[in-house]
Write a protein that binds this ligand. Structure first.
Ligand code: KIV
Length: 257
């Protein structure tokens, strides 16, 4: 049965939410066959598929293209698409158009990086009928300003700011608050203080759900983050298959006469 934001909201305190990124139809179908709750077309498509060093160069055209590919797999999982770099900082009408474009491409919801600073716009989006997932803690679209990636919420001041961000997003009617690279104690406190579910990535075990990036769990990432778990080494299997094919062609073993 198709999962909706309601399905996800109802899971809080009952069952953990499993979310995974996918960027195309075949992997979306495989994720759905594994019964993931949410498929995220992350802007991590930039660094995992499109060959960019980070998520900054990803455009709304890229996101619409990959969202449509995932949607063609018709997954039961809720489809969430990232709003890419700077789009959430455009004026509201343009942001609304970008979100509507992602929804028309097949997304059930969008994800926006930012906390209290984004709450007013997110509130207007949710009032307009767009389902929004918040994203706080590390916001990878800020990488150029930050000069790299780091953990957030370790100091009392950062803990208080993250809690305030989460509360502001909840008041703006997001259906999930995602926390990336957030101190585990801080993420636990946020989870306990919200009525909507939290989803963590590098944010400890006490969030209401977890998300990982496809390339990290399948062994495609050269430098996976330390919090990720590799469940398979598909890159090695693919490399071996390619090498065998090349050898077969060169040695005349393929095709058979
Ligand atoms: O783009 C992405 O894959 C994400 C996850 C890291 C949560 O935003």
């Amino acid at each position: 049965m198709k999962k909706t934001t309601k399905t996800i909201l109802k899971k809080k305190g009952i069952e953990k939410i499993a979310m995974l990124t996918a960027y195309d139809a075949p992997f979306a179908a495989l994720a759905d066959a594994a019964d993931v709750d949410i498929i995220l077309i992350g802007d991590s498509v930039g660094n995992t598929v499109l060959g960019y060093p980070n998520t900054v160069p990803v455009t709304i055209d890229d996101m619409a293209h990959h969202t449509a590919a995932v949607a063609r797999a018709k997954p039961d999982a809720l489809i969430v698409a990232d709003v890419p770099f700077t789009c959430a900082h455009h004026n509201f009408d343009r942001l609304l158009d970008d979100c509507a474009r992602l929804v028309r491409s097949g997304a059930d919801a969008v994800k926006i990086e930012g906390g209290a600073d984004m709450a007013e716009k997110i509130s207007r989006l949710t009032k307009a009928g767009i389902a929004v997932m918040g994203h706080i803690g590390l916001e990878p679209q800020q990488v150029l300003k930050l000069g790299g990636y780091r953990k957030f919420g370790k100091t009392d001041a950062e803990k208080a700011a993250i809690l305030a961000d989460a509360k502001a997003l909840e008041a703006a009617d997001v259906f999930v608050v995602l926390m990336e690279m957030t101190d585990a104690e801080c993420a636990k406190a946020v989870t306990e203080s919200l009525s909507v579910p939290t989803i963590g990535i590098g944010a400890g075990a006490d969030c209401d759900g977890q998300v990982l990036v496809l390339a990290d769990i399948l062994g495609f990432s050269e430098n996976p983050p330390s919090f990720a778990k590799r469940y398979a080494n598909i890159a090695e299997a693919v490399k071996n298959a390619f090498s065998e094919y090349v050898a077969d062609v060169r040695n005349g073993r393929f095709p058979n006469k």
